[in-house]
Design a binder for this molecule. Structure first.
Ligand code: DHK
Length: 145
């Protein structure tokens, strides 16, 4: 059975409490439960990981690649806009597909959120669709050969 990684970066452990008007009322546990159920229906498995630390996110991408994950849905949080190292980590696990997910529409927010350093290494980007973005990424990754 295929495994899809769900990677969440800094401050996403605060989902449900953090600016609910931007990020919604569901918690990270709610999201991970939802994706686990959806994965079962798609005939795949998800492995979920969240960290507030850049290096831990990079280490997890490497570990998932070595373990043979079929793809990764990744919300790098604020590292989206700053991290060359995380982008390089995505490139380092090619050709494993990584889809970048943002809960909010980053393009409708502050200027500094308009540019992603990581997106160019990803196969696609979903932004502004709330937690549905993760479900759509999961469905796309599950359907890939
Ligand atoms: C999440 C964050 O933590 C922000 O730093 C990004 C992203 C947007 C999101 O919409 O999920 O700018």
């Amino acid at each position: 059975m295929k495994t899809i990684g769900i990677l969440n970066g800094p401050n996403l452990n605060r989902l449900g409490k953090r600016e609910p008007s931007v990020y919604g009322a569901d918690t990270l546990a709610d999201l991970e439960r939802r994706l686990t159920g959806e994965a079962a229906a798609l005939g795949v498995k998800v492995e979920c990981f969240q960290s507030n630390h850049e290096g831990a996110l990079i280490d997890k991408l490497h570990a998932w690649a070595d373990a043979g994950v079929a793809g990764v849905a990744m919300n790098p949080g604020g590292y989206t806009h700053t991290s060359i190292a995380l982008r390089d980590a995505v490139s380092s696990i090619a050709p494993i597909p990584v889809i970048e997910v943002h809960i909010s529409n980053v393009h409708a927010r502050e200027e500094f959120r308009h540019h992603s350093r990581t997106a160019g290494a990803c196969v696609g980007v979903i932004a502004g669709l709330g937690l549905d973005g993760y479900s759509l990424a999961l469905r796309n990754l599950a359907a890939r050969k």
